[in-house]
Each structure stands twice: as structure tokens, then as C-alpha cells.
Design a protein around this ligand. Structure first.
Ligand SMILES: [Mn+2]
Length: 158
């Protein structure tokens, strides 16, 4: 199954709308936090299941900060990343995913895309779809088949 991954939209939902229109065949959307208002917009408009966590700029909403979701037979650890120190590296993130038996660890917060494997775990950050730290806005696409995750970061020229 195909899953679109956003993070750090920070109040600008237009890039998400464009990405959803451009990528066909998606069956779910993941938003990795910052900001929660944009998650509520997705839930109202995109017509797909939305899985989301709170970012460091999200307060008080009834959502988790970290979560394990199951999609396409894969266990996926999702978090914004600030609770796992991702600005300094992904070691804590990978440990958290590993200890939860996950095949993938998704995070945001850095506004920089990441798409690697560590200890056999997909370590993936879609970057920011509206406020990239460098280069073009980006989002991510996961392709999950029989419990294994392929991935790609998509550069998005608005
Ligand atoms: Mn953040």
C-alpha cells in the first residue's frame, strides 16, 4: 500500500493539497507534527485515514507524541522527533523503533529529509512540505508490501 508522509507544514496546507492531488493511489496519510491544525484540515478534506503525532509546537490536542501504527503488515514507529533528540542524531529514535519491533522509524522536526536504513530499520524523514531548511519543499511516499517498507523523498517545487 502507498502512504503519503508529511511533516512540519507549519500552517501552510497548500503544498499538502498539491501533493495529494499529484500522487495517485495513496491509501493513508501520516503527518509527523507541527502543526496540529493542519492535521485536522487533512482529516476533514483528504478522504483517507490520517495518522498523526504532536510536534513541539502542538499543545493540548488529544493526540499522542509517539505512536506505533500497523499498515500493510508493517509496524511503523512515528514521532515528531523532539522527544528522541533527533536534532543530535537518530540513535535514540532507532532504539525506540527496534524495542517496539518496528520495521520503520518516521520522524520530522529537523525540516531535512532523511531516507536510510539502520539495523535493518527504515529511518525516514519527509522533510518539511512548506518550510524546508535548505532546498525545495519535500514530502515522502512509503510503499509497503508484505510488511516491508520502501520509501522515497519527493522534492516539491511549489
Ligand atoms: Mn518541530
Amino acid at each position: 500500500m502507498r502512504v503519503i508522509v508529511f511533516s512540519d507544514s507549519h500552517g501552510d496546507v497548500r503544498p499538502m493539497d498539491k501533493a495529494l492531488a499529484a500522487v495517485g493511489g495513496a491509501e493513508a496519510v501520516i503527518h509527523l507534527g507541527d502543526i496540529e491544525r493542519d492535521v485536522r484540515y487533512l482529516e476533514k478534506t483528504c478522504g483517507l485515514p490520517v495518522y498523526a503525532v504532536l510536534g513541539n509546537n502542538d499543545f493540548g490536542a488529544p493526540r499522542p507524541t509517539e505512536s506505533v501504527i500497523e499498515l500493510g503488515g508493517a509496524r511503523i514507529f512515528i514521532c515528531h522527533g523532539h522527544t528522541r533528540g533527533v536534532s543530535r542524531g537518530t540513535e535514540g529514535l532507532v532504539l525506540a523503533a527496534e524495542s517496539r519491533g518496528c520495521q520503520a522509524a518516521l520522524y520530522g522536526h529537523t525540516h531535512r529529509p532523511d531516507d536510510r536504513r539502520e539495523k535493518g530499520i527504515l529511518v525516514f524523514n519527509p522533510g518539511s512540505c512548506s518550510r524546508p531548511r535548505m532546498g525545495a519543499p519535500t514530502f515522502g511516499v512509503l510503499e509497503i508490501e508484505d510488511g516491508s517498507c520502501g520509501s522515497v523523498v519527493v522534492d516539491w517545487i511549489i
